[in-house]
Design a protein around this ligand. Structure first.
Ligand code: PEP
Ligand code: MN
Length: 362
């Protein structure tokens, strides 16, 4: 792909490209105050969603076209570049009418090739030249992400960037959306001149995770960050747990360590990244196992069965040692792990047994 590096302004040459602004445009006052505060901190690109694709009906689904009028005001009066999300043909036409500088395609839309094609066709009609930023699809499917990039590219747009906002998962987790860093890294390997922007707000889903995720993105040599910021985050109409004030945003950006990429051993960073991800996976698998052990404990209690059943423990160890041999894991090492897991399962089951029925209800 013959892509142009996106020509977006940075705060300065040392730091990454920053796009900041609220999850949703809510009121004129909210966007103007937030934009003014961000601009005072040197931020040049303002984001706000005016059509909000929500997982379930009944939530705030965006203020619509009025939001674009307010964004235009920010563009004219505060002098910032403005960016918003488009998901349909009409959104593209309205965004063009209101002279939006940058458009992005949301994660739920990227997952749908019909919707992306509709957007691509509309962009072609209005002769939009970009930049357009394509978020990763909600599901961890690199080909689907690349497919969306190709559809936009085929509409004649060369200023394309991608936003890594993490991937949905079913189980309870630390992150709102699992980062799965290896997916955008692989994307960058396949399309090297594609600007890569991290969205720590939607990956983490919590204010306290913005700084570490942003730093991680910088260590992986990302080109920029898109961060949700609201002048009064606790009162935000959507995604309030992850929005930060312009002051906090500025504080976080100033603390980012931008390493000299020539000095870092990139392959080591990538390997460490994989270790982090696998450890996170191990943790969630362990949590799942403990949950099932507890269910077994409850069953044993209800059926008056003893907690410790040594024949079952022997059977587990025997089976696992055979499996360990097959995949080349040292038996003593494996035994130590399973002893620890088993010990903890028994402890939890005994705890269940000792609980009175009343305390179980609480
Ligand atoms: C957003 O940027 O506010 C948004 C809706 O994000 P995503 O598409 O990543 O869920
Ligand atoms: Mn949001």
């Amino acid at each position: 792909m013959n892509l142009h590096p996106i020509l977006l302004p940075k705060i300065d040459n040392k730091r990454p490209l920053i796009i900041a602004g609220p999850c949703s445009a809510e009121t004129e006052k909210q966007v103007i105050i937030t934009a003014q505060k961000l601009s005072n901190k040197g931020i040049k690109i303002f984001r706000a969603g005016t059509w909000k694709p929500r997982t379930k009906p009944g939530g705030f689904e965006g203020i619509g076209i009025n939001g674009l009028i307010w964004l235009q005001k920010i563009q004219k009066e505060i002098g910032m570049y403005v960016a918003t999300e488009v998901a349909t043909h009409t959104h593209v036409i309205e965004a063009a009418k209101h002279n939006m500088d940058i458009l992005w395609i949301g994660a739920r839309t990227t997952a749908n090739p019909f919707a992306v094609q509709e957007i691509a066709n509309a962009l072609k009609v209005i002769k939009f030249k970009g930049p357009i930023l394509i978020k990763n699809p909600v599901n961890p499917d690199l080909e689907l992400w690349i497919g969306a990039i190709e559809r936009i590219y085929n509409a004649g747009i060369r200023k394309i960037g991608v936003i890594h906002r993490g991937f949905s998962s079913y189980d309870k987790k630390l992150y709102r959306n699992l980062p799965q860093w290896h997916i955008p890294i692989e994307l960058k390997r396949r399309i090297p001149n594609l600007p890569l922007i991290a969205d720590p707000s939607h990956i983490g889903g919590k204010r306290e995770l913005i700084a570490p995720i942003s730093q991680q993105a910088m260590d992986l040599n990302y080109d920029g960050l898109i961060i949700e910021s609201h002048y009064d985050p606790d009162k935000a109409w959507s995604d309030k747990e992850q929005q930060i004030t312009p002051d906090s945003l500025s504080y976080i950006i100033n603390l980012l360590v931008i390493r000299d990429t020539k000095q870092t051993t990139e392959s080591l960073t990538e390997l460490r990244q994989q270790v982090d991800e696998i450890d996170t996976e191990l943790l969630s698998i362990l949590a799942k196992r403990m949950r099932i052990s507890k269910e077994i404990g409850q069953y044993k209690k209800e059926h008056n069965m003893p907690v410790l059943q040594t024949n079952r423990y022997d059977e587990i160890l025997e089976k696992r040692s055979e499996q360990a041999k097959e995949i080349g894991i040292e038996f003593n090492f494996l035994k130590r792990i399973f002893e620890a897991i088993h010990e903890e399962s028994i402890r939890q089951q005994i705890e269940i047994l000792n609980k009175t029925d009343d305390s179980l209800k609480n």
